[in-house]
Design a protein around this ligand. Structure first.
Ligand SMILES: [Zn+2]
Ligand SMILES: [Zn+2]
Length: 360
């Protein structure tokens, strides 16, 4: 099967023939139909997030189950599935407390050694344990969440990371309530999903902040009632202006840079909540004034994978789309082939795209 392999960070991906081993107990083989290109893939490709190499990236995929190991009963060949890069064990400290996104074993499969062999027989790793930048992949059965076979697989793929991260950040992490004001910094795939989540939650106003005017137009279609072009406006002052001078009830930071995290903190009202969603570079540090933190009684919280339970949320997101409550198609910037992921990375670095989808 063909896959886009990262051999060295900072270099282009190479499309190569890889061989998958026989299934181990509990595993399934999935033939991918589509995968989104997520900013975390770019971060690994550029070396901002470390990972064992050579590797196949990709963690936002959907496809059809091709084969299951003996004893696997959750899914069967022919099932349509969305892949989850966190695989909750449902038994550990965090899982039993409802934090399946923090499962102590949720990424074990990603660190279990090479998942495939290259032409020379050398091992190739699966960075996120899903390796969706390949025509086929092997994952634990619980990573393959069955969905309605009628649902288009290219849109379904987006649910596997960006959509549940963005909507989950608003609904499950920040727990936004009707009438609360929400500012979202960064209008890529996750940010546009967060805006749709804010609309779903009944937030008002919903303020979208980005530096690319085209994305702000898209942000309005995703639910933003106000937009702030941070390339020409002071985002903090603009948010204060839109919230009677107080600041937003919630700021959702999706960019993953210390500067925008700082802005998120400053644009939030006293006793407001800052939710940090964006994946920064390893080693980045953000500072908040200690006195300000105390006096203003703000809450700063991290949010991984939108506090998502894949088995609960993946099918739910698809139902919300089918019911017209969210629109996954608005996140799609274009469809590409496997050999064009580097172009998608470059466009993402220029801030031009929301989600580009590789179709197989
Ligand atoms: Zn992602
Ligand atoms: Zn667990």
């Amino acid at each position: 099967m063909k896959a886009a392999v990262l051999r060295e960070s900072g270099r282009a991906l190479s499309v190569e023939d890889l061989e998958l081993p026989a299934l181990a107990p509990g595993q399934v083989r999935v033939r991918l139909a589509a995968t989104g290109v997520c900013h975390s893939d770019l971060s690994v490709a550029r070396g901002a997030i470390p990972g064992a190499l050579p590797a196949v990236l990709g963690h936002e995929g959907a496809g059809v189950v091709a084969e299951v190991a003996d004893g696997v009963s959750q899914v069967a060949p022919g099932d349509h599935v969305v892949l989850s890069w966190v695989v909750p064990c449902r038994r550990c400290f965090y899982c039993v407390r409802g934090h399946t996104e923090l499962c102590e074993h949720g990424m074990d499969h990603a660190f279990a050694g090479p998942y495939a062999r290259d032409r020379d027989g050398a091992g190739v790793f699966s960075t996120f344990g899903t390796a969706t930048f390949g025509e086929e992949t092997i994952v634990p059965a619980n990573a393959a969440v069955p969905i309605d076979p009628e649902f288009p697989l290219d849109l379904a793929a987006l649910v596997g990371c960006g959509v549940v991260t963005g909507i989950g950040a608003v609904v499950h992490s920040a727990c936004v309530r009707p009438g609360e004001s929400v500012a979202v910094i960064g209008c890529g795939g996750v940010g546009l999903s967060a805006l749709q989540g804010a609309r779903l939650a009944g937030a008002s106003p919903i303020i979208a902040i980005d530096r690319v005017p085209a994305k702000l137009d898209l942000a309005r279609r995703c639910g933003a009632t106000e937009t702030v072009d941070a390339s020409t406006q002071d985002a903090v002052a603009a948010v204060r202006d839109l919230t009677a001078g107080r600041g937003a009830d919630h700021a959702i930071e999706v960019v993953g840079s210390p500067a925008t995290m700082q802005s998120a903190f400053t644009m939030t009202r006293r006793a407001g909540t800052v939710t940090l969603v964006g994946a920064s570079a390893m080693g980045d540090v953000v500072t908040f004034g200690a006195m300000q933190m105390m006096v203003d009684a703000k809450t700063v919280r991290g949010c991984v994978y939108g506090s998502t339970d894949p088995q609960r949320d993946f099918p739910e997101m698809l139902r919300l789309h089918s019911a017209g409550k969210i629109d996954l198609a608005l996140l799609v910037s274009g469809h590409i082939a496997l050999g064009e992921i580097d172009d998608a990375f470059s466009a993402m670095e220029r801030g031009e795209t929301a989600r580009t989808i590789v179709v197989y």
